[in-house]
Design a protein around this ligand. Structure first.
Ligand SMILES: N[C@@H](CCC(=O)N[C@@H](CS)C(=O)NCC(=O)O)C(=O)O
Length: 220
């Protein structure tokens, strides 16, 4: 029986699971949920994911939530290519970067994204500028790592690349909105401040399955 992946267009969390499945060539049934129709809050979906979030993976009677847990499951079940490392130090370094993304990048990014979604940019401008400074500091560390490595950890794509890339691309898209331009947060154009991150993004865009996993509504 094929795996089922429940996802929503534009969710970086769902995107990282789709990209993992595509990169590994895992056969799966795509179950796209429409956020605008609140399909992620339907009773039938809440039975699978009580938080009403995407992604969710269903494998027979097994149901998994949380994007990184799902990526880990896929990596153990379909080990080629291995995304969570093959040696203790490699796995630890991958987790170190994933942890930085989860605890630092996401926290700061939320301070930028939430006011944009909630249309409170003017009221939150000072906090958004402070969050941007902190995030730039974090991204400087990423820029440094990518100036010597092709990928976040070494030269092979890992879960760290997928987790960081999908969130970074999502953030860049949201802070690229016109309403944010007057704040001059310094994320665009990416290549000016972050040439190595920008080159890495171009490399990720060439990985197997990238186009299939790309959020469809971002194409329009
Ligand atoms: N920690 C979760 C986060 C999932 C998440 O926040 N998904 C968002 C989409 S980006 C969602 O479904 N939000 C719907 C809601 O909270 O109502 C994961 O990694 O899977």
């Amino acid at each position: 029986m094929s795996l089922e992946i429940y996802w929503g267009s534009g969710s970086p969390f769902a995107w990282r699971v789709l990209l993992t499945a595509e990169l590994k060539g895992v056969p799966y049934v795509s179950k796209q949920l429409e956020f605008s129709k609140k399909e992620h809050k339907a009773d039938s979906y809440l039975l699978l994911n009580p938080r009403g979030e995407v992604p969710t993976l269903k494998d027979g009677v097994t149901v998994l939530t949380e994007s990184i847990a799902i990526m880990t499951y896929l990596d153990m079940k379909f080990p080629s290519p291995l995304l969570f490392g093959s040696t203790p130090i490699e796995t630890a370094r991958i987790w170190s970067w994933i942890s930085i993304a989860m605890y630092h990048y996401e926290a700061m990014s939320n301070r930028l994204v939430v006011p944009i979604f909630e249309k409170t940019v003017h009221q939150c401008a000072d906090d958004m500028r402070s969050a941007a400074v902190l995030l730039h500091n974090e991204w400087s560390g990423l820029e440094k790592a990518l100036s010597t490595n092709a990928c976040v950890v070494g030269d092979s794509i890992s879960a760290a690349d997928i987790v960081i890339f999908t969130y970074l691309a999502y953030l860049l898209r949201i802070v690229g909105r016109e309403i944010v331009t007057p704040l001059d947060l310094g994320f665009h154009p990416l290549a000016t401040r972050y040439p190595s991150i920008s080159a890495w993004c171009r490399r990720i865009e060439k990985i197997k399955g990238y186009d299939n996993a790309f959020p469809p509504h971002w194409r329009t």
